[in-house]
Design a protein around this ligand. Structure first.
Ligand SMILES: Cc1ncc(COP(=O)(O)O)c(C=O)c1O
Length: 412
């Protein structure tokens, strides 16, 4: 099918909810994706932080193929080898830095993991209240939206469920007042993504952990973007010194195969009764096989360590660029604050064959490459960005044929 036909079918048949580039990707390999017209793109956004082990990593491809030939449909009424292997892999992944996370619930997306995290915290505490933070993003289902404050997502979809209040990250008095006897949980992204790459201050996090412990409030870390090595540590919570009782995972867990997971403690798991949580496809054989192979790559190739090293190299190069005022984030979850529109720079980079992202901060270029990138890819990105920033004002680069995603692009 040619591109014109693909664009026509989408325009005539799909809800108009995504600002897509008029490019159809056909193949991916390592840090690159390819379209059907000879275009090759260095993907420094990893398809919204999903391709953590690169595109089409051979061991993940082999695991999916092998599993597809054996068994595709297996509901939660039965056990299956890939589901069991995934549970063991998740436990082994959490063990070194977050050993309290002994139990998992498997589902199909990030938002579904967040939904179940909120349910579990309410069930375990018998309290209704949830405290979230300003500029958060946790997904687009109704409960996930109820704890989301970034961007325009909440508007006109109310009333949203739940008793939710928002505090500013770093504000101690607000936090103290918000955590009452009615609070079931605090939910936060260890480093915010969609809302602009923002790392909370470690002293505030330490006080948050103390207050939660003192007041019996469950701490939920939404690691859908920060987890699995992205920040240079296994979990984003490791970078800010938190030991959450619930962690949500998604995005990169299946290398692109839809999957979500909730990890929690024995104590919270003990409150769960048969039938309260469930999902037809949660832990299905193909998603589980993909996630097992992905987690093995993350652990065996120390992708968190690589993210830390490559993140340092990239940060050092970015900060030397005169047009870059500041670099935020950790590991390979970086936001470069520019002296001009990030959207314009994103257009120009795309024209040069590089995919990067934007976010709620109009000056921030968001950089989320696969965690497998090496020095050649990092240096190629730096060279391309240097070239683009030498254009007096990249926001004036006219590319009318390309509709870049708006600031909320990460959530798509
Ligand atoms: C931190 C965070 N939480 C939740 C989600 C929602 O995940 P999904 O789109 O898989 O529902 C996202 C997606 O961007 C995210 O970045």
């Amino acid at each position: 099918m040619d591109l014109a036909e693909i664009l026509r079918i989408a325009a005539e048949n799909e809800l108009d909810t995504y600002a897509r580039r008029p490019v159809a990707l056909e193949r991916g390999e390592g840090a690159f994706v390819f379209d059907g017209a000879g275009g090759r793109y260095l993907d420094f956004f990893a398809q919204h932080a999903v391709a953590i082990a690169g595109h089409a990593p051979p061991s993940v491809v082999a695991a999916i193929r092998e599993q597809a030939g054996r068994l595709i449909a297996c509901t939660n009424a039965f056990h299956s080898p890939p589901r069991a292997e995934l549970l063991a892999e998740l436990r082994a992944f959490a063990e070194p830095t977050q050993p309290q996370l002994t139990r998992a619930f498997l589902c199909n997306s990030g938002a579904e993991a967040v939904e179940n995290a909120l349910k579990l915290a309410r069930k375990a505490t018998g309290r209704p209240g949830i405290v979230a933070v300003q500029r958060s993003f946790h997904g687009r289902t109704l409960a996930a939206l109820s704890v989301t404050s970034a961007g325009p997502y909440r508007s006109q979809h109310g009333p949203l469920p739940g008793d939710v209040s928002f505090v500013e990250v770093g504000e101690l008095a607000e936090l103290d007042a918000a955590l009452t006897q009615e609070t079931a949980a605090v939910i936060l992204e260890p480093i915010q993504g969609v809302g602009g790459v923002r790392v909370p201050n470690v002293a505030w996090c330490a006080r948050l952990a103390e207050l939660c412990a003192e007041r019996g409030v469950v701490l939920i870390a939404d690691e859908i973007q920060t987890g699995l090595g992205r920040t240079g540590r296994p979990f984003g919570a490791d970078t800010i010194g938190l030991a959450p009782q619930i962690v949500t995972l998604g995005k990169g867990l299946g290398s692109g195969v839809a999957i979500g997971a909730l990890l929690t403690t024995d104590a919270l798991a003990a409150t769960v009764k048969l039938g309260e949580y469930g999902s037809t496809f949660g832990g299905n054989p193909i998603a589980s096989a993909a996630a097992v192979a992905t987690l093995r790559l993350v652990r065996e190739q120390d992708l968190a360590g690589n993210a830390a090293r490559m993140g340092e190299r990239l940060t050092a190069a970015l900060i030397r660029m005169p047009a870059v005022a500041e670099v935020k984030g950790a590991g390979l979850m970086l936001g470069a604050v520019l002296d001009r529109s990030a959207k314009g720079v994103g257009h120009a980079l795309f024209d040069a064959g590089i995919i990067a992202g934007t976010c709620a901060d109009p000056h921030m270029l968001r950089i989320l490459p696969p965690l497998t990138v090496g020095e050649p890819e990092v240096d190629a990105f730096v060279d391309a960005l240097t070239g683009v920033l030498h254009v007096a004002d990249a926001s004036t680069v006219a590319m009318p044929a390309i509709r870049l995603p708006p600031s909320d692009d990460d959530a798509r």
